[in-house]
Design a protein around this ligand. Structure first.
Ligand SMILES: [Zn+2]
Length: 142
């Protein structure tokens, strides 16, 4: 960390303190001029980038996933939407791809949703794929 007083590129940490769980306050001392300054470190969470069917890229949004889950589960009264959405996000993150497509989200969501409620999974499937016949739905269920 560059010294703010003399521009020297080296400084030593004389004190570190946690602020909540996600950030650290560090007291630093310049090795050249000896002056002290404070830096704050926070964890940067990189959102996944989603490419949609129109080839537009946007950061992954949990709220959007929650909304689509609400639509799909509306008639079934599935209550643990938030938890389910977080599980889906976690599964996507575990795949380790920074760039994903809406299709990836749909696939993981169908997997996770069918563990919770099969009917909702079928509804979600009809809403998010090009499925347009009873035959498609039958094939999906199999
Ligand atoms: Zn300095």
């Amino acid at each position: 960390m560059k010294c703010v007083f003399c521009g020297c590129n080296d400084s030593k940490v004389v004190d570190s303190r946690y602020l909540k769980d996600t950030s650290i306050r560090r007291r630093r001392e310049c090795v050249k001029c000896g002056k002290r300054f404070t830096t704050y470190e926070t964890v940067e969470t990189n959102p996944m980038i989603v490419t949609n069917v129109f080839n537009e890229r946007e950061p992954f949004k949990l709220e959007k996933l929650i909304e689509s889950l609400r639509y799909a589960t509306y008639c079934q009264g599935v209550s643990e939407i938030q938890e389910l959405a977080e599980n889906i996000e976690q599964a996507l993150l575990l795949e380790g791809n920074q760039e994903i497509t809406t299709k990836d989200i749909v696939n993981v969501t169908i997997d996770k949703l069918s563990e919770v409620d099969t009917i909702s999974a079928v509804v979600y499937y009809t809403q998010h794929t090009d499925c347009n016949s009873l035959e498609d739905i039958r094939r999906f269920i199999k």
